[in-house]
Design a protein around this ligand. Structure first.
Ligand SMILES: [Zn+2]
Length: 473
């Protein structure tokens, strides 16, 4: 769709392991850019009460013209594994990303080089489609794509600081932006967000009022970290869309999961329902779970002492509302930056219970725009849980994406295109599925890829850089 000087360069880099030449055009579906937004842990039970109050205008607008429901996910699996399944259409044993860390002691994070199969950005690029990927899980070091790739990067220090297990764009670390010549421009956005972050945190977490108490500093830091990452990714993605939307623009936001872990245990039933709160005294907080297993244990007793007395409209509830509203606003800004005819897909990796998501509650799904069926259900403010049907699995996202841009689905994928929500063009034929997109050449190049540097001197250097930049003490 857009021409870029470096695209030639990117394709040259890909040539060594390229698939057959790009298909001449899209078959089966009308041509339109696709905006894929990943919202970690986004949950209908958090969405529905806010829809009733008219507080999620962007999502309400998509609901009025789109298809929606839930997606089956995998109990007990964590976000890096699930987002890689979403990005590949394959279960963990086929993609190889099982967890945050591939080694516990010393901690080593999974890297993009550990992924054993192509993700949609590889497939799209090789087939001549343009694709921008911003902040997707396990994308550091970045891969050469026919577009821009901005990594989600994690470090041992980030983990030790107890901020969050989720990554971010971190100054001073190599291979976070492709193509490298866009690095300066991308990192200008990081600096800009750093300047705005205090205001964002003050607004979302009310840090200017008596809340939160000083003893909750750790929670505020962890939350600010997630808002920082999301704001950076949103602004980068919005600017990429405005500069000329690619065939697929994919962006990931993590704060909806991070903040839910911190605050949902204390939210009141009607607003963020399903409260099963118990403090450090050891009462039940969820099935088979004890305090400390829901991601808040790292903050210790201060967390529970400070939040237990929260009332119906307490701080925790307000923070959750503003986090979901913030996600909705980001969705709205991204849609506004895309061409009007775009297909928009919102997806989470799992839903959320007040105590976490280890039992794998169904994920969120909502799509609207070109090639998407309008469900024609109740008005968004009257939508209830009983209006939601399971439309497929998180494994179906990549096959659906490929179908929309006229690329054959791989038969080795565990998912299939979500036919129930799609409206193919009448009288056109879809490309026949192929056995696999993982060509022998690509797999061979993959095996030979250098493992991501996350040990020894490299790591020390990385930490030094973070210290110098004031990121860590
Ligand atoms: Zn989570």
């Amino acid at each position: 769709m857009r021409s870029r000087a470096w695209a030639t360069l990117a394709l040259a880099a890909l040539a060594a392991c390229a698939a057959p030449p790009p298909a001449p055009g899209r078959e089966g579906f009308a041509r339109a850019p696709v905006l894929l937004i990943g919202l970690d842990g986004f949950e209908w039970n958090g969405v529905l009460p806010l829809l009733r109050e008219g507080k999620l205008p962007a999502i309400a607008s998509l609901l009025r013209r789109g298809a929606y429901g839930t997606l089956e996910t995998f109990p007990g699996r964590v976000s890096p594994a699930l987002w890689t399944s979403i990005g590949t259409g394959k279960d963990v044993d086929k993609h190889g990303i099982y967890d945050f860390l591939k080694q516990q002691k010393p901690p080593v994070f999974y890297a993009s080089t550990d992924r054993k199969t192509k993700a949609f950005w590889n497939i799209l690029s090789e087939r001549g489609r343009s694709v921008d990927t911003v902040g997707w899980f396990v994308t550091h070091p970045v891969e050469p794509v026919n577009g821009v790739m901005v990594a989600q990067t994690n470090t041992r220090e980030n983990r030790q600081s107890k901020r969050t297990l989720k990554g971010a764009l971190l100054p001073g670390i190599a291979e976070q932006v492709f193509p490298p010549e866009r690095e300066a421009e991308i990192f200008a956005t990081v600096e800009e967000v750093e300047r705005d972050l205090d205001g964002i945190v003050r607004e979302r977490l009310e840090t200017s009022s008596e809340h939160p108490p000083e003893r909750l500093r750790a929670i505020v830091d962890a939350s600010a970290w997630a808002y920082r990452a999301d704001t950076i990714y949103e602004r980068i993605a919005t600017r990429l869309a405005m500069a000329g939307a690619p065939d697929v623009l994919a962006v990931y936001f993590g704060s909806t999961d991070v903040l839910a872990h911190r605050f949902w245990p204390t939210a009141r039933p009607r607003s963020f329902p399903g409260r099963l709160f118990a403090g450090p005294t050891g009462r039940r907080i969820g099935p088979r779970m004890a305090p400390g297993t829901i991601g808040n244990g790292l903050f210790g007793g201060a967390y529970w002492r400070a939040l237990e007395p929260q009332g119906a409209d307490g701080w925790a509830v307000r923070v959750l509302h503003r986090t979901y509203q913030g996600a909705d606003a980001a969705v709205g800004r991204l849609i506004a930056a895309m061409p009007k005819e775009s297909t928009v897909i919102l997806v989470s990796d799992h839903g959320f219970r007040p105590w976490g998501h280890e039992d794998g509650p169904d994920a969120f799904f909502l799509a609207a725009g070109t090639n998407i069926r309008a469900a024609g259900g109740p008005a968004p403010e009257r939508l209830t849980r009983s209006d939601l049907r399971r439309v497929g699995s998180i494994l179906d996202v990549t096959p659906t994406l490929l179908a929309l841009v006229g690329i054959p689905v791989g038969l080795d994928m565990d998912g299939r295109a979500l036919e129930g929500v799609l409206t193919p063009l009448p009288g056109t034929e879809r490309p026949a599925p192929i056995a696999t997109h993982d060509t022998a050449e690509w797999l061979a190049a993959r095996t030979g890829a250098a493992p991501a540097a996350d040990t020894g001197d490299d790591e020390n250097e990385r930490l030094e850089q973070l210290r110098a930049l004031g990121y860590i003490k």
